[in-house]
Design a protein around this ligand. Structure first.
Ligand code: TRP
Length: 389
């Protein structure tokens, strides 16, 4: 593959991703300064790092979501997780943003846990395993700080009773040729995955379906998930639902200098897991890839390169607590005033502190996670709209 070539689908990220080019290929909009400023003003608070530092960089119809909100038709949030193993910090990206949006706009949050999808996708995982990871991951996601009174969970194999009628409507509108083209599935793909995209659409329509009132949906997600929602958006109006809006993030780089924080294969040192011990955090960050120079003398003289550094990426996406701190770290890195060892020691302490708090929140969330799982749709769901065969 030539260096400028890359592939991004929900099931495969290959090559060196050019994010600006990807936005063009997918036909999405740039998340530009005026739109961010409008969001900031409506939220009445500084933007969180994920927005102010460019990790979210693309969208579809965010302006429309804000228009509707101002007209008194508030949106709900939707994001999800395919449970194939323990979570690492980069998995929190959409959920950190959703938490901020929920707190600022007081809107409902829907979380989908796709244990079926991961079972179909990963030959070596059993259904017990994906279900168990689903509950584990859910507790971690809820610990991010969602309002339990305004948060709902579709746990696919457990929520299918609530989802199925709507999934049936959705599936009828999606030709096999679309799925084949959008996801690039080879003929050996199991038919579970072929059907699955219908289930990922369901939460986007569910509140409208239940209430009979078109309810705007905003989906923060990695840009790799956009293909699913292109399908969703294509069929939405034909079924009488508004097209969901999207906010797309870039994928975070891994600790070993990999372009994506993925741990597929035997790459567990490429990411910080939410259940890593303080010792593990120390060990992984000490050996993390940086943009530093070969010697201290050189680094003092020439400075280092934050843009290629995995430690800087961690400060940028989550761990620098204020804009001032982030600018300081970035500036001192570039000038050579900050050495990698000191920067790492600082981050290690910050990450350990975060994980300690996270573990406490997770314990609590364990107690109420069950109660948020949607198991049944209201008996009159869907009756407010005419049947559309
Ligand atoms: N397919 C996603 C994954 O593999 C899980 C998912 C389901 C999702 N619904 C979503 C992700 C909505 C983002 C937004 O992890």
């Amino acid at each position: 593959m030539a260096p400028e070539e890359f592939t991004v689908t929900p099931y495969e990220v290959k090559g060196r991703v050019d994010y600006a080019r990807l936005r063009e290929l997918f036909g999405t909009q740039e998340l530009d300064a005026p739109l961010l400023e409008r969001l900031r003003a409506m939220a009445g608070a500084d933007l969180p790092p994920l927005l102010s530092r460019g990790i979210y960089y693309s969208h579809r119809d965010l302006g429309w979501i804000l228009d509707q909100y101002q007209k008194g038709n508030p949106f709900f949030l939707y994001s999800g997780r395919g449970p194939s193993g323990p979570l690492h910090t980069s998995h929190l990206v959409p959920f950190d943003l959703c938490r901020w949006l929920q707190q600022r706009f007081h809107v409902p949050m829907y979380i989908q846990i796709t244990d079926d999808e991961k079972f179909w996708f990963r030959p070596q995982l059993s259904r017990d395993e994906t279900r168990r990871w689903g509950m584990e991951n859910l507790a971690d996601l809820l610990a991010v700080g969602f309002d339990p009174k305004n948060t709902h969970v579709f746990f696919d194999t457990r929520s299918i009773g609530a989802m199925y009628s709507l999934a049936v409507d959705v599936a009828k509108k999606i030709p096999y040729s679309t799925v084949k083209a959008v996801f690039g599935f080879p003929p050996s793909t199991n038919i579970g995955l072929v059907f699955y995209t219908a289930l990922q659409t369901v939460p986007a329509f569910y509140p409208s379906w239940v209430s009979g009132r078109p309810t705007p949906c905003l989906i923060p997600c990695g840009i790799d998930q956009d293909p699913h929602f292109r399908v969703t958006r294509d069929i939405a109006e034909g079924l009488g639902y508004p097209k969901p809006a999207l906010l797309h993030s870039q994928m975070l780089p891994g600790l070993l200098g990999e372009r994506v924080m993925s741990t597929t294969g035997d790459q567990s040192d490429n990411a910080l897991f939410l259940n890593d011990s303080p010792k593990e955090v120390d060990r992984k960050l000490r050996k993390a890839f940086t943009g530093g120079r070969a010697t201290v003398e050189e680094q003092r003289r020439l400075g280092a390169t934050p843009e290629i550094c995995s430690v800087w990426a961690a400060w940028r996406s989550k761990f620098a607590e204020s804009e001032a701190e982030f600018q300081q770290i970035t500036g001192d890195c570039r000038s050579g005033a900050l050495l990698c060892g000191d920067c790492k020691a600082h981050l290690i302490g910050r990450v350990q502190g975060f994980l300690k708090e996270h573990h406490e929140a997770r314990e609590k969330a364990m107690g109420w996670a069950e109660s948020l799982i949607v198991e049944r749709a209201p008996a009159d769901a869907g009756t407010a709209r005419p049947e559309r065969p």
